[in-house]
Write a protein that binds this ligand. Structure first.
Ligand code: ZN
Ligand code: ZN
Length: 459
């Protein structure tokens, strides 16, 4: 199914989100708690999906019968607008031993996502219309939920020569990013921002000053000192954010800052927003729930870029998510093969998977202890497409069904039953989390159903 980005497209351009066509869902969820902060909905209702659209939010017991529809007993379950992740690595093309579009989108659907935005640091990178066209063709055959593909800002991610941004937009690029690498050269980013004004599509930025972070394998702080490991200072991130916000203001161009990890970065974003910079940003479940202390284990599953930082940084991220300085949650789902992770910490690849655990990790660590309200978490997990022109899904009559059904009391041990992702470098692996996605409807089609989750079919 092709879904056009709302509001972002100019003229007759290719749809920005793309997936495999599927049969439209016919579904009745009886008596679930429906929560949608955008429509101020928090009530027990019968949720009726007919031909892939939300047909009814009926009083309990008031749902009409639909012949052949699947019927779910929703008592005790949450029915939410499904989530959108603005930052995942699906490893296509070229690294299908880590993930592909089928496993990556299934992993996303298993985490309650109805759309994801895939990064372009692939092999080869997505820096030409030919490569972009080929991954979009594959998504039309293999992706169980809609995927938007960013294209690179610079050719071969070399940081020097710009890609054909206007042409890439025409063939469907949802935005631009060299994620995995920063755009170190300010002149190059400035020119990209100028071209972006014509091409459209936000530029998403991995912020890291390569000279400041060179050689570091973890956060520079107490734990790196204790372990005797080279650190990446938090100013490596925040100084580049400050530079790029200045450039964005000067060029009056929108930027999206990826995976904030440090208090100084949250402060830079807050200052920039107050000054009128058109900047949005994201934070990951791992930076919101874990700190450098986890690295004491020397388990490479805690090695990611940016690194897990100090508790004070984590608190700043939580505050930023709460007050809106941080716009959305992104997983930065980064699958890696076992041989790249099962090596000494210093040598291990950067990155962790996270699509299947994002909601449960944040619900267990932030919502259940009362740190953040459920409604806020739902808002921040559903609006990840907005910087790229994709509206958040809504639970309202007539809307295309993008729904996740969650058991908020079910505790489960991460990884015990394996993963839908091809890789298993999940930093929550082995931990017990509460809150489990049972079913996801994406773009009107049932995209995921938990194996153990039984349901009836109406006569
Ligand atoms: Zn990155
Ligand atoms: Zn990334």
């Amino acid at each position: 199914m092709n879904v056009s980005a709302n509001g972002a497209s100019k003229g007759a351009e290719a749809p920005r989100l793309i997936s495999r066509p599927g049969p439209p869902a016919n579904l009745i969820v009886r008596g679930a708690r429906l929560v949608d902060p955008r429509t101020k909905l928090d009530a027990t209702r019968d949720l009726v999906v007919r031909d892939g659209e939300i047909a009814e939010l009926a009083e309990p017991g008031g749902a009409p019968e639909i012949e052949g529809a699947e019927v779910v007993d929703g008592e005790g379950l949450l029915a939410l607008p499904a989530f959108i992740d603005p930052h995942v690595h699906l490893r296509v093309p070229g690294q299908e031993h880590k993930e592909d579009l089928e496993t990556g989108t299934r992993s996303a659907a298993a985490g309650g996502y109805c759309a994801v935005i895939a990064m372009a640091n692939t092999a080869p990178p997505i820096d030409s219309a030919a490569v972009l066209g080929s991954v979009r063709d594959r998504a039309e055959r293999e992706a169980s939920i809609p995927v938007g593909f960013v294209a690179n800002v610079t050719r071969a991610m070399g940081g020097a020569e710009l890609t054909e941004m206007a042409e890439l937009r025409e063939v469907g690029a949802i935005g631009f990013s060299d994620d995995g690498l920063p755009i170190a050269n300010a002149r190059v980013l400035r020119r990209a921002l100028q071209y972006q004004r014509l091409a459209g599509g936000v530029i998403a930025l991995h912020e890291e000053d390569p000279d400041l972070s060179a050689g570091g394998v973890m956060h520079e702080g107490d734990v790196s000192a204790a372990l005797g490991m080279a650190g990446v200072p938090s100013v490596s991130e925040s100084t580049l954010i400050a530079r790029d916000c200045s450039l964005a203001l000067y060029e009056d161009a929108p930027i999206h800052v990826q995976h904030l990890s440090a208090r100084t970065s949250v402060e830079e974003i807050a200052r920039a927003k107050a000054a009128g910079v058109r900047v949005t940003c994201e934070a990951t479940p791992h930076h919101l729930t874990l700190t450098e202390d986890a690295v004491r284990s020397l388990d490479p599953r805690f090695k990611m870029n940016p690194p897990l930082r100090a508790e004070d940084d984590r608190q700043a991220l939580i505050e930023g998510l709460g007050d809106g300085t941080i716009d959305c949650v992104a997983t930065d789902h980064a699958p890696h093969a076992a041989e790249e992770k099962e090596v000494p910490f210093e040598e291990a690849a950067w990155g962790v998977t996270g699509l299947e655990t994002a909601f449960a990790a944040l619900y267990s660590e932030l919502v259940l202890p009362g740190v953040l309200p459920l409604e806020l978490l739902i808002e921040r997990m559903t609006c990840g497409g907005e910087p790229f022109g994709i509206e958040p899904p809504r639970l309202e009559k007539g809307a295309l069904a993008n729904i996740t059904l969650i058991d908020p009391e079910l505790s489960w041990t991460v990884g015990e039953e394996g993963y839908e992702s091809r890789s298993y470098n999940n930093c929550f692996g082995g931990r017990e989390l509460t809150g489990r996605v049972l079913m996801t409807v994406a773009a009107g089609c049932v995209a995921f159903r938990q194996r153990s989750f039984a349901m009836g079919v109406a006569p």
